[in-house]
Design a protein around this ligand. Structure first.
Ligand SMILES: *Cc1c(COP(=O)(O)O)cnc(C)c1O
Length: 386
């Protein structure tokens, strides 16, 4: 990736830098995969990154939106996503959020409990409407990823348990304020083992078979998102393996004529195109360690502190001539967890160097906070510079 560091000189760090050319290439690759199947639809998971410029680019590619709050529904529609392509998940939808989505005319509520189903039914009836709903199934499948980002196990809070799904489906068909659209699944995030998605397909096929045998409709299938990216090698692998991903569903998901298959990718679409750009403030020689203290922190990029996630640090100011040294790369926030990398080798760091943290386009800017009264990060785009 090219970083226009001459142009960065006058900008206040830290900030996000997005390679919009890479984002567009990624969207083209995904679109080409989708084009192979008339029944496949993509809903970009807005929570991965709700930056308005990125949302505009993604909606212009004709993708729908996957939202997890009323605010995301409003943001997605305000940035070009067609309301009927918006799907809305989440275990705790407030009444105002349900009303926002009803009034907007979204495509589907992904319902996560019988109690929520009844609330949506009541609110829709009060407006003389019928809410389109899919039932989110907890498929009790473990994805081989960090425990904080698995969502498909019976112990997780998400979705309706397999044993209850038939009863909730029967209730859905009886309620006058809702229209049954299909089944929704999402097993977790940063999944790189395609066998996890294959296991999901097998579970969906088994459940669909069972419901059909009981005379119940299955409707459309939403398989969620979760495809992972390579955080270790951002330049060698700047794109997730979309072909392998879609192949799993082509080969293993049984579909019926007329059945639509929905996907909700977030991370794999936006993670590679984003970097957090910081500057080196000080090198501090401790007794046991050497610290590279940068001006970026967990308030711009919380994933290392929250999930021990790795974002490759890169000294953009160093040419090939500098010797390497080993650093703990840390931010200025008053938390011991405000650490980007421990015992990491970098070309010798000097005050003022630009230090980038790569693959930060997903769950970076969207998770930024104002802790320590730090300002929210600004964002710049490759299209502004090249
Ligand atoms: C977060 C989320 C996604 C997107 O997950 P990624 O790992 O970013 O692809 C998709 N669907 C639902 C319901 C989600 O909560």
């Amino acid at each position: 990736m090219n970083f226009p560091i001459d142009r960065f000189q006058t900008l206040r760090t830290p900030f996000y830098f997005y390679d919009t050319a890479l984002l567009k290439q990624t969207l083209d690759v995904v679109s080409a995969q989708l084009a192979r199947h008339e029944s496949y639809r993509m809903h970009y998971a807005v929570k991965a990154n709700a930056n308005p410029v990125l949302l505009r680019i993604i909606s212009a590619h004709g993708f729908g939106a996957d939202c997890v709050s009323g605010g995301e529904v409003q943001t997605a529609i305000a940035h070009g996503f067609a309301p009927e392509t918006v799907v809305f998940a989440g275990v705790g939808k407030s009444d105002w959020e349900i009303n926002v989505a009803l009034e907007a005319g979204i495509g589907c509520f992904n319902v996560e409990s019988a109690a929520e189903l009844r609330a949506i039914n009541d609110l829709a009836k009060a407006k003389g409407m019928q809410a389109p709903v899919a039932l989110r199934v907890n498929p009790d499948i473990g994805a081989h990823t960090h425990t904080n980002i698995t969502t498909g196990l019976a112990e997780n809070k998400f979705g309706i348990n397999l044993e209850q799904i038939e009863d909730v489906l029967r209730e859905t068909l009886r309620l006058p304020g809702v229209t049954f659209k299909g089944l929704h699944f999402h097993i977790g995030s940063q999944i790189t083992d395609m066998l996890d998605f294959q296991a999901l397909c097998n579970r969906i096929n088994a459940l669909s078979g069972e419901l059909s045998r009981h005379g119940l409709p299955v409707g459309d299938i939403n398989v969620g998102g979760g495809l992972g990216v390579d955080y270790e090698h951002p330049d060698k692998a700047p794109m997730a393996d979309f072909e392998a991903y879609f192949d799993v569903f082509r080969r293993h998901l049984d579909t019926q004529p007329g059945q639509t298959v929905h996907f909700e990718l977030g991370r794999s679409i936006v993670a590679p195109c984003g970097s957090l750009i910081t500057r080196l403030l000080y090198v501090k020689e401790g007794t046991a360690k050497r610290f590279a203290i940068v001006d970026g922190s967990m308030t711009e990029l919380i994933r290392p502190a929250l999930y021990h996630a790795f974002h490759l640090p890169q000294n953009l100011s160093a040419d090939g001539s500098r010797p390497t040294a080993t650093y703990d790369v840390v931010g200025p926030v008053c938390e011991s967890s405000d650490v980007f990398a421990k015992a990491f080798d970098l070309p010798e760091c000097r005050r003022g160097d630009f230090i980038a943290f790569r693959t930060a386009g997903a769950y970076g800017e969207s998770m930024a906070s104002g802790y320590n009264a730090r300002p929210l990060p600004k964002s710049y785009f490759s299209s502004d510079f090249f």
